[in-house]
Design a protein around this ligand. Structure first.
Ligand SMILES: C[S@@+](CC[C@H](N)C(=O)[O-])C[C@H]1O[C@@H](n2cnc3c(N)ncnc32)[C@H](O)[C@@H]1O
Ligand code: SF4
Ligand code: SF4
Length: 392
């Protein structure tokens, strides 16, 4: 896997030093169909009755052509369940031909059924696969993912992909159902040969803003009375990954997750990022083009689209995206945040880093607080690299 320094941190630094000329990636929800019923996902609790996707392979090819023309080299394929999108592998192969790297986020229900030729395409295009697993305890995984075969299939998929040399990252939603076992979860992931686990708390706004949020969604999060238990689990994970060949994003979420969960519980109208930063900056509305399963270009993942690629694509993707984001950019640059910004934890680590780079003086207290986490991470990565290099 290319080092994160090369793929993320250096391009980010250059974007801040020399300006961001264009977004760094596109994310597309290929479909709203799904084969799980996750308790924290609007698609899971309300599968659509219509079983035909709005987007087609030719729409995806248009998006990829536009990306290639504008030298945007990363696309994230999501959903719904992206493997249910007819022509999924054709899209990956087409992206590969255009030198665009795909990452796909899946529940792993069907990836183990891929044909050899399809696996070969994933491998040759260096597609990154993220598989969502909340727990290795079957009872918890079945409950949170709403399927009795969720764990079994995800593990089969990990095994199949790993056998073919396709790297898999595990994504874990931290909820009140699994937080007590996160450390145990990581050690088991390590034993299973998984190299990376990324955690995030529950987003309590709707993941699909055209749908109403699940009722009392924030109550799925860890309660404030149990935060110490969660923080203890995260500390243990930090210590474990310093010495083992597995990486997580815990060093990035540790500084803010407590504040996020407090706000989720109280919903007192306060911005949770005010507890973390003196000045907040949302990088995502400049760095990502978010395309919904109905072809809408969203101002960001949590805000509904008003511009579509389906009806009138003549202006081209970049012009449509500029149009779609003009209002949100104006609002946020005048500190007029949106209600959903308080529930936007999936982007917060990157936004936090971007805020500190953009406003280092205003955010100096945050910078001083975060520095030990970043330094310790860099040191442990260097140490691990040299130890593993010498066959430790
Ligand atoms: C929306 S799913 C789509 C891709 C695929 N169906 C899957 O589950 O991996 C993308 C990721 O978001 C996570 N997710 C969904 N709803 C969430 C929520 N309310 N809070 C945090 N993560 C959530 C899922 O667990 C998954 O890792
Ligand atoms: S999180 Fe993914 S697998 Fe679960 S219901 Fe939503 S789209 Fe389906
Ligand atoms: S912080 Fe607000 S504007 Fe930025 S991505 Fe999150 S919800 Fe969207």
């Amino acid at each position: 896997m290319p080092s994160k320094t090369l793929t993320s941190y250096l391009p980010e630094l250059s974007a801040f030093l020399f300006g961001r000329a264009k977004p760094s990636m596109v994310t597309v929800n290929l479909t709203n169909r799904c084969n799980q019923k996750c308790i924290y996902c609007e698609i899971g609790v309300d599968h659509p009755s219509i079983h035909k996707d709005v987007l087609s392979v030719s729409d995806l090819k248009w998006i990829l052509d536009e990306m290639a023309e504008n030298k945007i080299r990363k696309i994230s394929l999501c959903g719904g369940e992206p493997f249910l999108f007819e022509g999924f592998i054709d899209v990956v192969a087409y992206a590969g031909n255009k030198q665009i790297r795909c990452s796909v986020t899946t529940n792993g229900m069907t990836a183990h059924l891929l044909k050899e030729s399809e696996l070969k395409i994933l491998k040759e295009t260096k597609t990154e696969v993220n598989i969502s697993i909340d727990s290795f305890r079957e009872s918890i995984q079945s409950f949170t993912r709403g399927s009795p075969v969720a764990l079994q299939n995800a593990l089969k998929s990990i095994q199949k992909l790993s056998e073919k040399g396709i790297p898999v990252t595990v994504l874990t939603a931290i909820s009140k159902y699994n937080f007590r076992d996160l450390f145990q979860f990581l050690t088991e992931a390590y034993e299973k040969g998984i190299k990376q686990v990324l955690f995030q708390p529950i987003i309590y706004y709707s993941n699909y803003p055209e749908r109403s949020p699940i009722e009392n969604k924030s109550l799925l999060n860890v309660s404030t009375g149990e935060l110490d238990i969660l923080m203890d689990q995260l500390s243990k994970i930090l210590r474990f990954e310093r010495k083992h060949k597995i990486n997580t994003n815990v060093y990035r979420i540790y500084p803010w997750i407590r504040y996020y969960l407090h706000t989720a519980a109280s919903q007192n109208g306060k911005w949770f990022f005010d507890d973390v930063l003196e000045k907040f900056f949302c990088r995502e509305i400049y760095a990502i083009i978010d395309i919904s399963y109905d072809g809408g270009i969203q101002p960001c993942g949590l805000v509904p689209a008003s511009v579509s690629i389906i009806n009138n694509r003549d202006p081209g993707l970049m012009a449509l995206w500029s149009n779609a984001t003009v209002e949100i950019k104006n609002d946020l640059s005048n500190d007029r945040y949106y209600e959903c910004c308080n529930g936007c934890c999936h982007h917060f680590s990157r936004n936090m880093l971007a805020s500190m780079m953009k406003y280092p003086v205003k955010n100096r207290h945050a910078l001083i607080k975060m520095m030990p986490f970043f330094l310790s991470r860099i040191m442990s990565r260097l140490l691990k690299k040299s130890l593993f290099l010498y066959g430790w």
